[in-house]
Design a protein around this ligand. Structure first.
Ligand code: ZN
Length: 120
């Protein structure tokens, strides 16, 4: 496991979480399945995304298909989908600790779905 990922997990273990579901989703970001991403929007306001991945990060180009396939989707959320907590309020003091640049969040500029186009 890369050092950057180990540091992130170590930091994540000390975090106060709204629930175990959000913690698990945060820690699984980048892996196939559902995850939570945390960052700030272009105005600096807290932004939370729920992300669904069909494949692990880095495996996107291994999919071969004759049709267009959406393999990653991001949707902005205001409340934890596991416990209903207002995320911006609950994580207001730890927001920047939760940010992960290795997941290409930047200022959460990636709202579009990752669509794999059919190959010619
Ligand atoms: Zn929660």
């Amino acid at each position: 496991m890369p050092l950057k990922m180990l540091r992130r997990l170590s930091k994540a273990r000390k975090m106060r979480w709204c629930c175990i579901g959000f913690k698990a989703g945060y820690e699984s970001a980048g892996r196939r399945g559902t995850a939570y991403l945390v960052g700030r929007d272009s105005l600096g306001a807290p932004e939370f995304l729920i992300q669904h991945r069909a494949v692990d990060k880095g495996d996107e180009n291994h999919i071969k298909s004759d049709i267009s396939v959406t393999i990653i989707t991001d949707s902005r959320i205001l409340f934890c989908s596991s416990c209903g907590t207002n995320l911006a309020e609950f994580y207001k003091d730890s927001l920047d600790e939760l940010f992960r640049d290795d997941l290409e969040l930047g200022i959460l500029k990636k709202h579009e779905s990752f669509v794999l186009k059919p190959q010619d």
